[in-house]
Design a protein around this ligand. Structure first.
Ligand code: ADP
Length: 777
């Protein structure tokens, strides 16, 4: 039966299920019960996958192993209380690719598990099967509780797949070990793992029996530790001996490695090194842990795209077409990218140009990266750098570490399978650094054209040429990117979308994409503009379109379900349907109160998620000249508020403020939303206006917002992020924006819709600001 694209997921505690195996387990957790109920109404198919931590009561998708088994529920039986006993039969091994929702139960997206190819001589395959069966029989003769049925199945089974699964399911080993077998790339790798495990189990069981025999009768409480230590020692001795005796690695395998190495035509020293590893492998027992390490190493090295390159599509026209079909608007961004590609085409020898797409979440940075790959006809691979603190994440661990792997860069290239792929370095601004080394230094080496033609990964130990790779980084803000990295990159800014742009993006791109994903065609699902507008205004609050896309996905899912249930043949939705489908409106339209107030001023802030309207309040009471600044402020913001105060003192006279106010009054300036940390100098003039208003009792215009740094003499100094800030002002319904005169050139960048809706006042000095800001002045 064909796999469904998404399926309810039931996380298993301490248990791994293999295809074609019948298993029993008890279910008590609410989500699991819900998942069961849901599938019992449908085709009874459910995804069973082990959770990583047994103690976790509500594991999220990332707490669950990514390989599981789709199973059919054969029987459910209510036992005590809320518990249900389930009998299920595994059907097919699958990979979990993501989650669609996590309530009322986990709904996961899956894809078939494609076995990895393995070159293996028929003889060796046969030998693996036979040794596994023999060992299993030995194991069964000493293991407690092995049923005859299992033994019969193992001895009559011919296909290596089914054999490996049957043995794995019935071996009394930890679920982690079983999971490792489930995840192994193909049946032969599974058999190898099994042979190692069973051999070990037999050894342990034998030694246990021996020790028990010896010690029985004289085992007192304080001898227990000794007993365990002896057990450990004997096991270790036994295992070490195993390495030197018995079957060594198959000659065919060694030949395969040798030929593959020669074929890749490495430089002489590299070839020698790889041959040396192969030689070491040839000396080893084929199931020893060291052999597995070297084998993995050689496989990894040989699988890298040393020579593979895709042909670039160099037509700028074609690239433009791809960019335009994938994305609405973004004209400036597209233009910059096309220029970049044109330079690439004219001067292909110019290497090491790196693009960095900067902008708030959900504005399309990652997907623009994908389009560039499509436009150039290159493979794409994505590396997430968010939270990476360890240098080894970038550069890999030496292979002597247990479970060592190459770093993310090499893994990315390997996954792309082409040496001139595009590597998308996601969230480069979230790179950390601590005692484990500085990942940005390692990344610098990756990006440096002088060095990256021979990049050294700790695991590979041999240099890999990254000079053909095209790197594209993404970040929310440019100012938190490590300076040295930023200097290497060409920054392209993407900014927030207006509601109008969001509407077009939803209509032309998101809706079609989500309908396709949910199997809906145009005759089955329709929404009107009114609904989209309401979604944008009432159900999302964001700079980009990510929530919007998610809400559209929810609508598609609900429609698909209704159609699949046979209730209707088509679903047509308008804004009026939203409360029933998505719940009540989540965001009220931002509207400024009509009344002008004393001491309350609209400031404009710029955060990593875009621009924001920030209301600043000032209050004045009789006192002794204390100044209080609250609202989780950083040092720069506090200093700038104090500078504003000094300016007011120096100009008290002309502002008609009693000159001794700073000895007779206490001033309190508060920046609301105290939980959000704020910093930066750009609220200087806002704080100044708030204080002046509070001191003079003159009200401030409510339909106005401002941004600007202040100097002690009252000059208004330039600030950053004007485009995002004006967008926020526009969203909030502000009419007039005061900005520094020195930012005048930025006004040209502002979105046309926003520009048309707002009146801009540029200010050189506080006098200009006050003239406009104070009501009735
Ligand atoms: P980011 O990487 O900036 O956080 P994404 O690339 O993940 O954002 O974009 C989120 C979603 O919005 C993607 O599905 C993307 O295709 C879509 N999207 C964003 N901007 C546009 C646009 N201008 N036109 C079409 N789709 C867009």
């Amino acid at each position: 039966m064909e796999l469904p694209p998404m399926i309810p997921l039931l996380p298993l505690r301490g248990m791994t299920v293999f295809p074609h195996m019948v298993v029993h387990f008890d279910v008590g957790r609410e989500k699991s019960v819900k998942a069961l109920e849901a599938v019992m109404k449908g085709d009874r198919r459910i995804l069973l996958a082990a959770q990583r931590d047994l103690r976790d009561d509500e594991p999220g998708i990332d707490q669950i192993y990514s390989v599981g088994t789709v199973a059919v529920i054969r029987q459910v039986l209510k036992i005590s209380g809320d518990s249900i006993r389930v009998m299920a039969e595994g059907q097919e091994r699958v990979r979990i690719t993501g989650q669609v929702s996590d309530s009322p139960f986990l709904l996961a997206t899956i894809e078939p598990f494609i076995p990895t190819k393995r070159r293996l001589s028929a003889v060796r395959g046969e030998a693996l099967v036979r040794s596994a069966v023999e060992l299993f029989n030995d194991y069964a003769s000493i293991a407690p509780k092995m049923s005859d049925e299992v033994l019969f199945n193992v001895n009559s089974e011919k296909s290596p797949e089914a054999l490996a699964d049957t043995m794995a399911q019935n071996l009394a080993v930890s679920f982690e070990q079983q999971q490792e077998i489930l995840e192994a790339g193909n049946a032969y790798s599974r058999l190898e793992l099994l042979i190692g495990l069973i051999t070990h189990e037999i050894d342990v069981l034998n030694i246990e029996r021996e020790i028990q025999g010896k010690l029985r009768g004289q085992l007192s409480k304080n001898q227990r530790d000794y007993y365990l230590r002896e057990q450990l020692k004997t096991i270790q001795e036994e295992l070490n001996e195993g390495d030197e005796t018995g079957g060594s690695v198959d000659d065919n395998d060694i030949d395969y490695y040798r030929q593959a190495i020669v074929k890749l035509e490495f430089a002489q020293d590299i070839e020698e090194k790889l041959m040396k590893e192969t030689h070491r492998l040839a000396q080893m027992h084929f199931s020893s842990p060291e052999a597995a390490v070297i084998r993995t190493y050689l496989d990894t090295v040989l699988e890298l795209p040393w020579r593979e390159r895709t042909d670039d599509r160099l037509s700028i026209k074609a690239a433009e077409r791809v960019l335009n079909t994938d994305h609405y608007g973004l004209d400036k961004v597209k233009e910059r990218i096309l220029e970049f590609l044109a330079v690439k085409q004219l001067a292909p020898e110019l290497k090491g140009q790196i693009l960095c797409l900067v902008g708030p979440p959900g504005v399309g940075k990652t997907s623009v990266g994908g389009s560039i790959a499509r436009a150039l006809n290159r493979k794409l691979s994505r590396i997430s750098l968010g939270g990476v603190r360890d240098e080894a994440d970038i550069r890999g661990h030496r292979k002597t570490y247990i479970g060592a792997m190459p770093g993310r860069v090499i893994q990315g290239v390997k996954q792309a399978g082409s040496g001139n792929c595009i590597l998308l370095l996601d969230e480069i601004d979230k790179l950390g650094a601590d005692y484990r080394g500085d990942p940005s230094a390692a990344l610098l080496e990756v990006l440096d054209p002088e060095q990256n033609h021979a990049f050294r990964d700790h695991y590979l130990e041999i240099p890999f040429d990254l000079s053909d790779v095209l790197f594209i980084a993404t970040a929310n803000r440019a100012d938190t990117i490590p300076r040295a990295l930023l200097d290497r990159m060409e920054v392209i800014e993407l900014t927030s979308y207006t509601d109008e742009e969001k509407l077009h993006i939803a209509k032309r791109h998101l809706l079609g994409k989500q309908m396709g994903r949910h199997g809906l065609d145009k005759t089955q699902f329709k929404v009107n503009d009114g609904l989209l507008r309401e979604l944008i205004a009432g159900y999302t609050k964001e700079s980009g379109v990510r929530q919007l896309e998610r809400q559209l996905a929810t609508l598609c899912r609900k429609a698909a379900k209704r159609i699949a249930d046979g209730d209707v043949t088509a679903v047509k939705l308008t804004a009026a349907d939203l409360p029933t489908l998505l719940g009540p409106r989540k965001y009220k339209p931002e509207r400024l109160p009509g009344k002008n107030e004393v001491g309350v001023v609209n400031g404009l802030a710029w955060t990593s998620v875009g621009g924001e309207l920030l209301e600043v309040e000032a209050g004045v009471v009789d006192g002794s000249g204390k100044v209080e600044l609250t609202g989780n402020l950083g040092a720069v913001m506090k200093e700038s508020a104090r500078a504003a105060l000094t300016y007011i003192r120096s100009r008290a006279d002309s502002l008609s403020i009693a000159p001794d106010f700073y000895t007779k009054k206490d001033i309190h300036v508060h920046f609301p939303e105290g939980a959000v940390p704020k910093d930066g100098p750009s609220a200087g003039i806002t704080a100044a206006v708030a204080m002046i208003s509070a001191l003079t009792g003159r009200a401030v215009r409510r339909d106005l917002a401002m941004t600007g740094e202040i100097s002690l003499r009252g000059r208004v100094l330039p600030i950053g992020g004007l485009k995002e800030k004006t967008m926020a002002a526009y969203r909030a319904g502000v009419r007039t924006v005061i900005s520094p005169a020195d930012n005048e050139s930025d006004l040209a960048e502002i979105d046309p819709t926003v520009r048309a809706a707002l009146q801009f006042v540029t200010a050189d000095h506080m006098d200009d600001v006050l003239r406009v800001a104070l009501a009735g002045a």
